[in-house]
Ligand binder design. Structure first.
Ligand code: NAD
Length: 261
C-alpha cells in the first residue's frame, strides 16, 4: 500500500459524511495523522470507527465545530496544531446544498445560511490554516467547489454563488501563497452519490427519487453518478506531495458533464 501520508498531518472538514468521510479513510490508509471536523458528532464517531477498521494504528483527533463560526474555526486549527504541531494538508470541504428554488423565491435567510457555511466557512478555514502553512513553508489546501461553481445549474442561487466564491478564493490565495511553498487547489465534483445528493434528488423527485436520479444522470456523458471513492482518490493525490506544483487549478470530477452543451 502507498505511504504518501506517513508523518503527515491532514485536517478535514465535513468529515462526518460523504466525500469527507471517504477521503479521511483514504489518507488514513496511507499513513496520515488526522484531525477531523464536523458539526455532526455521531458522523465523526462513525468515520473514526471506519478508519480504525482499515488503519488500526491511525491517530484520529475529532473536533465538533461549525465552520460558519469564525471562533470555532480558529479553535479547530489551534487544536490541530496543539496536538500534532503542524498541518500538511487541509481538505476544506464542509458544505450544504440548501433548498432549491427560483431566484425570486430563494429566500434571503436561506441565501445567507448557504453563503455562511459554504463560502465564509471556507474563507475562515483558509485564513487560519494558511498562517500555519506559511510559517512551515509548506502545505497543500484542497477546497471543495462544485460543477455549480463553474457552470450555471439552476434553482441554487446560494449554492452557486458560494461555490463560484470558493473558486475565486482558491485562485486568489493560490497566487499569494505559491511563493511560500503552499499550493491551493479546488475540486469541482459533479453529482456524486452521497447523502447530500440523495437529499437533492428527494427535493426533485419525492418518493420517486431513485427514478429522478436515473433521469438526472442520463445527460451525463458517462450516464452515471460519481462514486465517493473516486473523489477520495483525487483528494488524496491533490493533498500529497505528488501534486505540489498544481496550484490555483480547479479540477472537475464529473464524468465530463461540465464540458457538454
Ligand atoms: P454530505 O452531506 O454527505 O457531507 C457534508 C458534511 O458536512 C456533513 O457531515 C455535515 O454534517 C457537514 N457540515 C455541514 N454543515 C456544516 C457546518 N456548518 N460545520 C461543520 N460541518 C458541516 O455531503 P457531501 O456530498 O459529502 O458534500 C461535501 C462537499 O462536497 C460539500 O461542500 C458539497 O457542496 C460538495 N459537493 C458535493 C457534490 C456531490 O455530488 N455530492 C457535488 C459537488 C460538490
Amino acid at each position: 500500500m502507498s505511504n504518501r501520508f506517513e508523518e503527515k498531518v491532514i485536517l478535514m472538514t465535513g468529515a462526518g459524511s460523504g466525500l469527507g468521510q471517504v477521503s479521511a479513510i483514504q489518507v488514513a490508509k496511507e499513513g496520515a495523522k488526522l484531525a477531523l471536523v464536523d458539526l455532526n458528532k455521531d458522523g465523526l464517531e462513525a468515520t473514526k470507527k471506519l478508519i480504525l477498521e482499515v488503519a488500526p494504528e491511525a491517530e484520529v483527533l475529532l473536533i465538533t465545530a461549525n465552520v460558519a463560526d469564525e471562533v470555532a474555526v480558529k479553535n479547530y486549527v489551534d487544536e490541530t496544531v496543539k496536538t500534532y504541531g503542524r498541518i500538511d494538508g487541509f481538505f476544506n470541504n464542509a458544505g450544504i446544498e440548501g433548498k432549491q428554488n427560483l431566484t425570486e423565491d430563494f429566500g434571503i435567510d436561506e441565501f445567507q445560511k448557504v453563503i455562511s457555511i459554504n463560502l465564509n466557512g471556507v474563507f475562515y478555514g483558509m485564513k487560519y490554516v494558511l498562517a500555519v502553512m506559511k510559517e512551515q513553508g509548506s502545505g497543500s489546501i484542497v477546497n471543495t467547489a462544485s460543477v455549480g461553481g463553474i457552470r450555471g445549474v439552476g434553482n441554487q442561487s446560494g449554492y452557486s454563488a458560494s461555490k463560484h466564491g470558493v473558486v475565486g478564493l482558491t485562485r486568489n490565495s493560490a497566487i499569494e501563497y505559491g511563493q511560500f511553498g503552499v499550493s491551493i487547489k479546488a475540486i469541482a465534483p459533479g453529482a456524486i452519490m452521497t447523502p447530500m445528493v440523495e437529499n437533492s434528488l428527494k427535493q426533485m423527485g419525492g418518493d420517486n427519487w431513485e427514478e429522478a436520479g436515473k433521469e438526472f444522470v442520463k445527460v451525463n456523458p458517462m450516464q452515471r453518478f460519481g462514486i465517493p471513492q473516486e473523489v477520495a482518490y483525487l483528494v488524496a493525490f491533490l493533498l500529497s506531495d505528488q501534486a505540489n506544483f498544481i496550484n490555483a487549478a480547479v479540477i472537475p470530477i464529473d464524468g465530463g458533464q461540465s464540458y457538454k452543451y
